[in-house]
Design a binder for this molecule. Structure first.
Ligand code: ADP
Length: 293
């Protein structure tokens, strides 16, 4: 089973500053770092590190070499990433002495794959394959509709949440991957059990993974529910916890692993990710997970 991730690819420019710059002020930054980011990129890297056959579909700009190199180095197939004129989607992030931040996002044309891009990507996939989507790229509902027409399984992580996503063709989704915020946005409920109840009613053909941070994760599939506690670790940076979980869970079930085993492995991999600093860099490989387990 091939998985194609229709996902964002970003450059994150992070500046350490004394305080967040004020109107009219010019400020010297004490340090600057460039990171590869975007939920899409993180999830593709997590899937590849977990051992899945993963293809990334998206768009980068003229400055996108570093992004393509990062994906290639992780063994993500990048043949479905289009190179466009102009800058890649990027963020400019100021982080002050107290760790507070403020963020400018430039998504430009590079978060906007066209219908022709979608058709080109889907031409290389067949029933039995799966498409993974977050809620970041333009034309997400169109990709959902077209992929469903083609018989692909649809895996949807509705992040970041939006009002519009409630009108997407969500009945086509095979797997919802949610945290509590996303679960609440889809159901109006805050209690995990109630979130699952409402999802089961609204989307009887959709299976669900609902992650609860340090409180573990639930999966629901065809009337069965499974709970996986989180592993106790000293968390230093929870960035990419959910993306790591997604990568290891999907790699597991796409290789035929039973759901409880895939959940356990995903929770273990995420516990390693939260005990390290960074986003994509903190995601462990399948070998590291096997060795530590
Ligand atoms: P997201 O990043 O999408 O909000 P969560 O915060 O729900 O995702 O985390 C996903 C998974 O990562 C959890 O189900 C858990 O297995 C693991 N995890 C998250 N935070 C911790 C933590 N502090 N300690 C151990 N595991 C954690």
């Amino acid at each position: 089973m091939k998985i194609v991730n229709y996902g964002s690819i970003n450059l994150d420019h992070v500046y350490q500053v004394d305080h967040i710059v004020q109107p009219g002020e010019t400020l010297l930054a004490a340090d600057q770092n460039l990171f590869c980011g975007g939920k899409g990129l993180n999830q593709s890297i997590a899937l590849a590190k977990a051992g899945a056959e993963i293809f990334h579909a998206g768009v980068v700009g003229e400055d996108g070499d570093i992004l393509l190199d990062a994906l290639r180095a992780a063994k993500v197939d990048i043949t479905h990433i289009r190179r466009a004129p102009g800058a890649s989607a990027h963020t400019v992030i100021q982080v002050d002495r107290k760790g507070q931040n403020c963020i400018i996002v430039f998504s430009g044309e590079n978060m906007r794959p066209s219908e022709a891009d979608i058709d080109r990507v889907l031409a290389d996939f067949a029933p039995g394959d799966a498409v993974l989507m977050q809620n970041e790229l333009f034309n997400t509902p169109l990709m959902m509709r077209k992929a469903a027409e083609k018989g692909l399984a649809i895996i949807f992580n509705p992040s970041p949440v939006s009002r519009e996503m409630l009108s997407y063709p969500l009945e086509t989704v095979s797997w919802f991957l949610l945290n509590e915020i996303e679960g609440e946005a889809l159901t109006g409920e805050t209690d995990p059990g109630r979130i699952l109840d409402v999802l089961a009613k609204k989307f009887p053909n959709g299976s669900v993974v609902l992650t609860l941070g340090a409180n573990g994760a639930w999966a629901m599939d065809r009337g069965h529910r499974f709970f996986q506690p989180a592993f106790e670790v000293q968390a230093v940076d929870t960035t990419a916890a959910g993306d790591t979980f997604t990568g290891f869970f999907l790699a597991g079930i796409s290789s035929g692993m039973p759901i409880p085993d895939a959940l356990r492995r995903a929770a273990f991999a995420s516990s390693i990710a939260v005990s390290r600093k960074g986003a994509a860099d903190s995601i462990p490989t399948a070998e590291e997970v096997s060795l530590a387990e």
